[in-house]
Design a protein around this ligand. Structure first.
Ligand code: SF4
Length: 495
């Protein structure tokens, strides 16, 4: 799309303007020669003691304008000049955007994937939940229901993190293989039988990196609180492979402070009773069994190879084995789904007696799928997705479930969000550590990213493994222990 910025300020760069534009025009590109019916033009200038912004947005032959002046505005929280510039720009953009597109953005002009982090930032500085909600709705243009959701989630997280410090850590193991590729998936996961031949050597390398990580955790005197095996679909491993991996883990994990051990079983078509027994025997206490929907037609449409009956059968077995926590993922906004069908999926899963339900919003793999063209499979305004996540939030909250982590994705339909809900006391710490970047999470495997976090120094250092399993196997740089040691050498003491 064509983007014109008059009177650029030192406070907001061009990338900020582009990111803002994507809120109403997801999937757009800004390079020259890219044809699009969408256009945006901004005038942003210092005026008096504040900032004034005029925004003009166009789609084809329709245009709308919005404006905002921060002079006379009394801030609810401490604000910098950049915050005032962003306020003028954001408000003007929302005004023009809503007039042009006919719907408000659920998260207003809040950019970034972690709105709860912002709510937590203000709560941690002593502002009340009411003030933060008001700040979200009045300043950022967030819808009241989303502001409440963000604050409730932040309060739940604060409760969960009250005993977690900078010497606590989590550990993630990546199994990036899936039996087949789901149509909507943007995750890098190997789903062709040819690549499954890599699994044995992949597991050998993974175990080595895992053992080295455990040694470093011990040596640095860190407290391992949470372990998570994710994917892909970790339950694609055979019973022998699973026994071998979990046996190795049990032999090396520093378990003294461990609170939880999670396994992303994921697709029902990969889960057997034998695998569930192996998980249970090796101390896994939280598993995910993910139906995404309990509508067979929708499942077929998105390329999942299991049926709803398969899901119910696995769910029954998982519950009978007595895992502490069983989670189910649902997706709002799937092609072919309807509001009624989503409501039924939620009620089916709630009726099972799971402890956690994670409600994702469809995020499309190619941003182009979200562009404003006639006849797209995906609904660009995301009306269905937004209605479904709203319904899930109300229904689960009314039934006493707590939202405990929340994030957005780049190409998420309808600008909505993904939310993990839990029955009180069953929240998963790993998800919160990852999302809020609150303390270090080590990661091993292809595509995995270790995040070394120091809240005291306000510092995050990322160490990424190669994305694809064959690259991971080809590039043996280990877990880069020297970088980890260097990061922790600044800590004043060991626990
Ligand atoms: S199971 Fe999950 S990771 Fe694997 S292809 Fe489907 S959505 Fe992607």
């Amino acid at each position: 799309m064509k983007l014109t910025i008059q009177n650029k300020t030192e406070y907001l760069n061009e990338y900020y303007f582009q990111t803002l534009c994507l809120l109403y025009f997801p999937g757009e590109k800004f390079q020259e020669g890219y044809e699009s019916p969408a256009e945006a033009s901004f005038l942003l200038e210092h005026r008096g003691n504040g900032f004034y912004c005029e925004a003009r947005l166009s789609l084809g032959d329709r245009s709308e304008t919005g404006s905002f002046d921060t002079n006379g505005y009394v801030p609810m929280v401490e604000m910098t000049d950049s915050d005032f510039a962003a306020l003028a720009l954001g408000k003007a953009y929302l005004q023009a955007g809503e007039a042009l597109m006919g719907f408000p953005l659920p998260w207003g002009y809040l950019l970034g994937l972690r709105p709860v982090k912002r709510a937590k930032y203000y709560l941690d500085r002593g502002y009340s939940g009411e003030v933060v909600e008001k700040l979200f709705t009045e300043d950022y243009g967030v819808l009241p229901t989303k502001a409440r959701l963000a604050v409730t989630t932040a309060l739940t997280e604060n409760q969960m993190l009250k005993d977690v410090g900078e010497f606590d850590c989590g550990l993630y193991l990546s199994i990036p293989f899936c039996p087949t590729k789901c149509d909507y998936c943007s995750f890098i996961s190997c789903a062709t039988p040819r690549l499954f031949s890599l699994i044995p050597s992949y597991l050998e390398r993974l175990k080595r990196d895992f053992v080295n990580t455990c040694n470093v955790i011990r040596e640095l005197g860190l407290r391992l609180r949470s372990v998570y095996i994710g994917g892909g679909t970790p339950s694609i491993l055979t019973e022998e492979q699973l026994t071998d991996l979990l046996g190795c883990m049990n032999g090396h994990l520093p378990k003294e402070h461990l609170l939880e051990f999670s396994f992303e079983a994921g697709r029902p078509d990969t889960i057997t009773e034998g695998k569930l027994h192996i998980l249970k025997e090796h101390g896994v206490d939280r598993i995910s069994v993910n139906p995404q929907t309990t509508n067979d037609e929708v499942l077929r449409g998105i390329g999942r190879k299991h049926s709803v009956a398969d899901f119910f059968e696995v769910a029954k077995k998982a519950l009978s084995l007595g895992f502490d926590t069983v989670n189910a993922d649902l997706i709002a906004g799937l092609p072919g789904d309807t509001k009624e069908s989503f409501e039924k999926s939620l009620s089916d899963v709630m009726a099972l007696g799971f402890e956690n339900i994670t409600v994702h919003t469809l995020s499309v793999k190619k941003s182009a799928s979200l562009r404003f063209r006639e006849g797209e499979v995906y609904d660009p305004a995301g009306v269905l997705a937004r209605e479904c996540v709203e319904y899930a939030c109300n229904t689960l909250s009314d039934a006493g479930w707590l939202p405990y982590y929340l994030y957005r994705q780049k190409n998420i339909v309808g600008n909505a969000e993904n939310v993990g809900y839990a029955k009180p006391g069953t929240e998963n710490l790993y998800n919160v550590l990852m999302m809020e970047e609150y303390s270090t999470v080590f990661a091993c495997g292809a595509g995995a990213i270790t995040k070394l976090v120091s809240p005291a120094r306000d510092e995050i250092c990322r160490i990424a493994f190669p994305k694809y399993p064959y690259e991971y196997l080809d590039t043996d740089s280990g877990i880069r222990e020297s970088e980890i040691r260097e990061f922790f050498s600044h800590y004043p003491r060991k626990v």
